[in-house]
Ligand binder design. Structure first.
Ligand SMILES: [Zn+2]
Length: 246
């Protein structure tokens, strides 16, 4: 499977990156994971929009889902005949959320919303395990598996035993580090670099990639803090970064 980082800016688009968005490809199947503000532009560098086969949304905060609105426009007015309706795996209430943001109730002919529940799902060729993590709204982390390789994506989360479980022995943990490394961080919101490193270490992940990097945080500081807590390879996500697993 191939991971392309489309956007990795935390909480909002940044000067160098859209908000959260990742493209996961295997066997000709294209799964978009999160579609935050500004991401649809970047996504078109890596795929035609009518080649997207499915979308998975970790949660319904704006910086993870708002570019579903322009994707809806692109799908609705595409010259595809007949127009395919693509599955969107998302927390409960996603259809209403996107319709409200779009100010148009009719998003159903373009997207088939599938309400995510914790557990195993088959999305195209990917075996996906979804689990609730610690964030103020219902939020999922995902473990994607194919051909003996595994990638875990944290979504947005504070400290979370469920994330450690989902990342157990994963080849890669793509983990948010939305907070700067400061004492007394609020719980159940975001992780800092040190906490991301601790989660990777507890999980025994092969490699840690820090993402959801907020524009006003120092990424090098997050990287150093993560490296202090995790002995494996640690790097920062960057838009356009491609990672081939297997
Ligand atoms: Zn969030």
């Amino acid at each position: 499977m191939r991971l392309t980082v489309v956007g990795c800016s935390g909480s909002m688009p940044g000067p160098h990156s859209p908000a959260s968005c990742y493209l996961l490809e295997a066997e000709g199947f294209r799964l978009v994971v999160d579609l935050g503000n500004g991401a649809l532009g970047g996504l078109q560098r890596y795929t035609a929009l009518n080649r997207v086969d499915a979308v998975a949304l970790s949660h319904l905060h704006a910086d993870h889902c708002l570019d579903m609105c322009p994707l809806w426009i692109a799908r609705k007015y595409s010259d595809e005949d007949p127009l395919r309706s693509i599955p969107v795996y998302a927390p409960s209430g996603a259809a209403e959320r996107i319709a409200r943001a779009n100010d148009d109730p009719d998003v159903s002919g373009v997207f088939d919303f599938v309400t995510l529940t914790p557990g195993r799902h088959l999305i195209g060729p990917f075996a996906v395990t979804a689990g609730h993590v610690a964030h103020p709204v219902e939020t999922f982390a995902f473990r994607f598996e194919l051909g003996g390789h595994s990638l875990t994506y944290s979504g947005d989360t504070g400290e979370s035993p469920a994330l450690v479980e989902l990342a157990a022995s994963a080849d890669v943990l793509l983990c948010e580090a939305g907070f700067p490394d400061l004492p007394d961080l609020p719980p159940d919101l975001h992780l800092c670099g040190r906490q991301a490193g601790q989660h990777a270490a507890r999980a025994g992940a092969g490699r840690l990639i820090l993402t959801h990097l907020a524009p006003d945080c120092d990424p090098e500081q997050s990287l150093a803090a993560a490296a202090g807590a995790f002995s494996g390879p640690v790097s920062l996500a960057a838009p356009g970064q491609v990672l081939d697993l297997g």
